[in-house]
Design a binder for this molecule. Structure first.
Ligand SMILES: Cc1cc2nc3c(=O)[nH]c(=O)nc-3n(C[C@H](O)[C@H](O)[C@H](O)COP(=O)(O)O)c2cc1C
Length: 248
């Protein structure tokens, strides 16, 4: 059997307790200090940018069978701009692929997002945009450099010479919560399907390009709040007209 004996609180212990309480008060006081601002790159992407309406998607000019045989990676581009209708077709194809393939994920709030770095698209100023599929429009998110300075945005400089780069992002945090580690694989599969849908659509419009995953994380983090977890860049597609030497 155990007995508890009460130890009388001596002066030393009292002083120790008082000091501890003083520390606690100090801690509470410091907690009231002015809060640090959250850096812009950890905030959600701005959603107030001006909208650019897109025309109806351009119709394919090449049969799918022929496009499948013609599809090959092209990394050199002419300076000819894409039309708004061509761009609209690429974006709509990427979104449609995901909507048809993974409706359950989207119903759960886990949409893919489509960002566009546009350099040469008729009717679309140079800039970074988020595609709004429901409105068939682009929301301007940030400025981006043009010309040689655009090469800072990409790991391979040739992609900065494309007419536009589509970057597909997904909510990794949400996908992992919903599916466990399978969520990451699922996001990559969805982004791959959407990127290739955009690519085949480009080929059917006699455009060229390549899919790629070599993205610089800081570029979208600083401009679109892509923290790599709640919004993670997954895959990309660079599009343009073929450079004269690659048309032969
Ligand atoms: C997941 C993935 C990542 C890729 N990353 C890059 C890349 O960072 N840079 C690049 O030039 N191409 C990249 N590619 C494109 C491939 O190198 C290759 O060009 C493409 O798969 C098509 O090959 P093909 O033209 O021989 O059919 C990537 C492709 C895939 C599927």
């Amino acid at each position: 059997m155990t007995t508890t004996t009460e130890t009388p609180v001596g002066d030393d212990r009292l002083r120790l307790l008082e000091n501890l309480m003083a520390d606690t008060r100090l801690d509470a006081e410091t907690a009231r200090r002015p809060l640090s601002p959250v850096p812009a790159h950890l905030l959600p992407a701005p959603d107030e940018g001006p909208l650019t309406a897109l025309p109806a998607p351009a119709s394919p000019r090449v049969e799918l069978d022929d496009a499948l045989f013609a599809r090959t990676s092209v990394r050199e581009y002419a300076t000819t701009p894409l039309t708004g209708a061509e761009l609209s077709a690429l974006l709509a194809a990427a979104d449609r692929m995901d909507a048809r393939g993974w409706p359950g994920e989207r119903a759960a709030g886990l949409d893919l997002e489509f960002y566009l770095a546009a350099w040469r698209v008729t009717g679309v100023d140079t800039g970074l945009y988020r595609y709004l599929p429901g409105e068939s429009a682009l929301r301007r998110v940030a400025d981006i450099p043009d010309g040689p300075e655009a090469e800072e945005l990409v790991m391979q400089r040739e992609f900065a010479r494309s007419a536009a780069v589509l970057v597909i992002t997904g909510n990794l945090a949400g996908a992992l919560t919903r599916h466990g580690s399978h969520g990451h694989r699922l996001l990559l599969t969805r982004a791959g399907a959407a990127g290739h849908a955009a690519w085949l659509t480009a080929v059917r419009l006699r455009l060229v390009g390549t899919v790629f995953a070599g993205l610089l994380p800081h570029v979208l983090r600083e401009r679109a709040g892509a923290d790599g977890y709640h919004r993670a860049a997954l895959f990309a597609f660079a599009a343009g007209h073929p450079a004269p030497e690659s048309t032969a």
